[in-house]
Ligand binder design. Structure first.
Ligand SMILES: NC(=O)c1ccc[n+]([C@@H]2O[C@H](COP(=O)([O-])OP(=O)(O)OC[C@H]3O[C@@H](n4cnc5c(N)ncnc54)[C@H](OP(=O)(O)O)[C@@H]3O)[C@@H](O)[C@H]2O)c1
Length: 277
């Protein structure tokens, strides 16, 4: 399989364009289709060895049902959706083609895939699975295989809870009438990074973020755990005895272990970079 024809449905969008550049750079022939392109979704299904769904999750499920039956067992149906359980179930039930679920854990502003995480959910077949993982590894991506349900539960924290906290921090600034540009004059480096992350989220596709939180059925569990941790933290640090406060923090530090030192070193790099331009 030297040069492969790859069709990206939703290839007009940000991740679709990113993967068009990626596969073209790896020497493959890439066709892209959107709702208004000359190349239709059906053309892609007919002409391509590999068909990639790079559309929002809500659109990916009905599209998989439309495209899947057009594919043969020699082809590959793959998706890039940020949640994997429902789309994997849909792809596997609607086609005889090989199936792979993929979640690139980076956004369209990323330059190179080198060092970036890519989760791969094997669905059906190994021919295309080996082909795809080889391409990723050749470009030094970090490839991890995962079950769809495990992936979605992990994403409930990595994306759902993380983004929800960023949104609620933005809402807190709004409620306290603390404009972030004014706050820059009295901010610490850590607050500056947090404020930048709030700005980063709200300057991107807010529908995508709403989906990452609202469409992941595991976020409820993550949020309930977070709320109970918040209650504990409030009780220990706001009204507890001095020794209880330290014990509370020591207990968490014990869990994090050596990662604390790693986190200090990594965040120092970010902070130094922020001020030494
Ligand atoms: N952005 C990220 O950081 C990121 C990271 C990892 C994974 N993902 C996943 O990658 C996928 C694509 O995300 P994206 O950020 O590239 O989104 P995007 O920029 O909005 O592009 C999605 C494309 O899908 C097409 N589309 C939208 N609604 C459709 C519908 N109802 N039916 C058919 N086509 C439709 C649109 O093409 P036309 O308007 O030309 O039809 C659009 O260009 C999503 O599943 C997302 O979860 C995104």
């Amino acid at each position: 399989m030297s040069s492969t024809t790859i069709g990206i449905i939703g290839g007009t969008g940000s991740m679709g364009r990113w993967f068009e550049r990626f596969f073209t750079g790896a020497g493959h022939n890439v066709l892209i289709s959107g709702r208004k392109t000359k190349i239709s979704f059906r053309d892609v299904a007919e002409k391509c060895d590999v068909v990639i769904l790079s559309v929002p999750l809500d659109a990916a499920i009905p599209l998989s049902r439309e495209i899947g039956p057009l594919l043969s067992q020699d082809q590959l149906l793959m998706d890039l959706c940020s949640l994997k359980e429902d789309i994997m179930e849909s792809m596997l039930s609607c086609t005889s083609a090989e199936v792979i679920g993929t979640h690139p854990l980076f956004g369209p502003f990323t330059g190179s895939i080198k060092g970036q995480n890519v989760v791969v959910c094997p669905g059906r077949g190994t021919v295309w699975l080996n082909w795809f993982e080889e391409i990723l590894r050749a470009e030094e991506a970090v490839v991890t295989r995962m079950e769809p349900a495990t992936h979605d539960r992990n994403m409930a924290v990595v994306q759902g809870l993380t983004h929800l906290l960023t949104i609620c921090m933005g809402r807190t600034l709004q409620k306290m009438n603390m404009a972030p540009d004014q706050a820059m004059f009295y901010s610490t480096p850590v607050f500056r990074i947090k404020a930048d992350l709030i700005g980063r989220l709200f300057s991107q596709d807010i529908e995508l973020y709403a989906n990452l939180i609202g469409k992941n059925r595991h976020v409820k569990e993550a949020l309930e755990t977070f709320m109970s941790a918040m209650e504990e933290g409030k009780e220990s640090l706001l009204s507890g005895q001095e020794e209880d406060k330290i014990a509370y923090l020591e207990n968490i530090r014990g869990f994090l272990g050596d990662f604390c030192r790693h986190g200090l070193n990594e965040s120092n790099k970010i902070i130094n970079d922020l001020y030494n331009k």
